[in-house]
Write a protein that binds this ligand. Structure first.
Ligand SMILES: [Zn+2]
Length: 220
């Protein structure tokens, strides 16, 4: 049973590769030469939030880093290395942190649910929860989880903005804009959390306004 389902993946893969080559002769050999994506996506590992499919991007068009609850921790060598490669080597122009409503990691942080080792990771989302406790408490309980998903995105965009990699890129005048988005599992649509940061300076003001927007959006 398991072997059969794994074999199916190889069948799908061969069909996909053939279809791509039929539709776009030279597609793979063209990409072999180099990747030149314009976008970097930092998203949740959740299987329902695949970067390429949601945005209609093809192989070669988006550089992706995913982890539980799309968290960017200043000491996370994995995330920082990926961001550094995307910014310095690939020179991506847009970096988006993409959360999603109904995120299990965010829910665990919100409701203090024990999930195991990941509790330590989710601690970072609990920090966001605690930082914005007054905002969350001002909302009716039904909106709090969605609000924390958005607040987490805002906070992680700020973490990216404060990274040395992004600091240095902006200092040398590189064209790089940060974005914060939230994806809906319910209808497949992306909400712009309006924490767009086009360069150094102004982050605090953008962040402050984005947090205000969360409260007003979730009150509906
Ligand atoms: Zn998630």
């Amino acid at each position: 049973m398991t072997t059969a389902s794994i074999e199916e993946l190889f069948v799908h893969n061969r069909e996909w590769a053939q279809q791509m080559e039929r539709d776009r002769p030279g597609f793979f050999t063209g990409l072999m030469a180099q990747q030149k994506p314009r976008y970097m996506w930092i998203g949740c590992s959740d299987s329902r939030v695949p970067a390429n499919q949601i945005t209609g991007l093809e192989p070669g068009e988006v550089f992706v880093h995913r982890n539980v609850a799309n968290v960017v921790v200043p000491s996370d060598l994995n995330a920082l290395s990926t961001i550094q490669y995307a910014v310095d080597q690939l020179q991506v122009q847009h970096l988006m942190v993409v959360g999603h409503y109904g995120c299990g990691g965010v829910r665990a942080a919100m409701e203090d649910i024990r999930v195991g080792l990941a509790d330590n990771w989710i601690r970072h989302v609990k920090d966001v929860r605690d930082k914005y406790a007054s905002v969350l408490e001002s909302l009716s309980p039904q909106w709090r989880l969605d609000a924390l998903c958005e607040l987490n995105v805002i906070e992680q965009v700020a973490n990216v903005a404060h990274s040395t990699v992004v600091h240095d890129a902006w200092a040398r005048g590189q064209d790089l804009t940060l974005h914060g988005w939230c994806y809906s599992l319910q209808n497949g649509l992306i909400t712009n959390v309006e924490v767009t940061v086009p360069g150094a300076g102004g982050l605090d003001e953008v962040q402050r306004r984005a947090v205000e927007h969360v409260a007003s959006r979730q009150r509906g």
